[in-house]
Design a protein around this ligand. Structure first.
Ligand code: MG
Length: 268
């Protein structure tokens, strides 16, 4: 089996200091967590930024500052074009796609978050995909249900996405597909041959989804974007979450990919 690529998503849109005092929200906190997670075994970082009030934003200036501070950290950098960073336009959500990053997230359909819409219209998806192609950023296709895989295959056929595709199965967001072993298998069986995939197990699906992905030859994402509590009494830190993935992988006999190995596995 291929080595395991671990992605850390340290910030996301949901975490606040109230929800978890260990949240990584400021640029300095994010940089510090990325370094620790890299040392613990993460090869990819999925980045979000916050504004001066620590609210989610897609602001290019903030991404630029963060990427500059991460310049000397040898880790694959992936920026988020998600729907919760403010205005819902190609220009706003894609404003960071000319910066020095290796990958960007791309949702290929719409779904619900607990209190908002994950709104990705056909034109918006194409617009963001085109910018990624033009800037040589590999999309990580964020799929919240099966239809988004079908749409990604269609977008590849009409030239907006270039294979091999890389998917992240976002499992167990309230309002989207439930994180169960059976659902994950069905998703994985639906992606085109030659694709790579990872899984985000949101909330209490985390350990089951991670373990499934390790056993099935997929890759994993963890971090405070996906889970706030380590167990029912303990706040998670990004580093603790990465270390837990490394431990599970070790017990299951799966080796961890270095950053260079991850670049090859993900065809970067
Ligand atoms: Mg995200």
């Amino acid at each position: 089996m291929e080595k395991l690529v671990i992605t850390v998503a340290p910030t996301g849109n949901v975490p606040t200091y109230q929800l978890n005092p260990e949240s990584a929200l400021t640029i300095d906190e994010i940089v510090s967590d990325v370094k620790k997670c890299k040392d613990a075994g993460a090869a990819v970082v999925h980045l979000h930024v916050r504004d001066e009030n620590l609210l989610p934003t897609s602001d290019r200036k903030e991404y630029k500052k963060l990427l500059e501070k991460l310049k000397d950290v040898d880790i694959i950098k992936q920026v988020s074009t998600g729907a919760r960073g403010g205005e819902n336009s190609i220009e706003w959500r894609g404003q960071m796609l000319d910066l020095e990053a290796d990958m960007a997230s791309l949702s290929t359909g719409s779904s619900n978050f607990p209190t908002s819409v994950n709104a990705n219209s056909p034109d918006l998806i194409k617009g963001l995909a085109k910018k990624m192609l033009d800037n040589n950023m590999k999309p990580e296709i964020e799929v919240f249900d099966l239809a988004m895989i079908r749409n990604a295959v269609y977008l590849m056929r009409i030239g907006y996405l270039k294979g091999p595709l890389h998917f992240n199965m976002v499992m167990n967001v309230p309002g989207s597909i439930k994180g169960s072993a059976k659902n994950l298998m069905f998703m994985v069986d639906s992606i085109p041959k030659g694709s790579t995939w990872s899984v985000s197990g949101i909330g209490n699906s985390q350990i089951e989804m991670i373990t499934m992905a390790i056993l099935l030859g997929g890759h994993v994402r963890t971090g405070l974007e996906d889970i706030l509590m380590y167990d029912k009494d303990t706040y998670a830190t990004n580093e603790m979450l990465v270390k837990r993935v490394v431990r599970i992988a070790k017990e299951l006999g799966r080796e961890i990919a270095t950053v260079d190995e991850a670049r090859k596995i993900l065809s970067l």
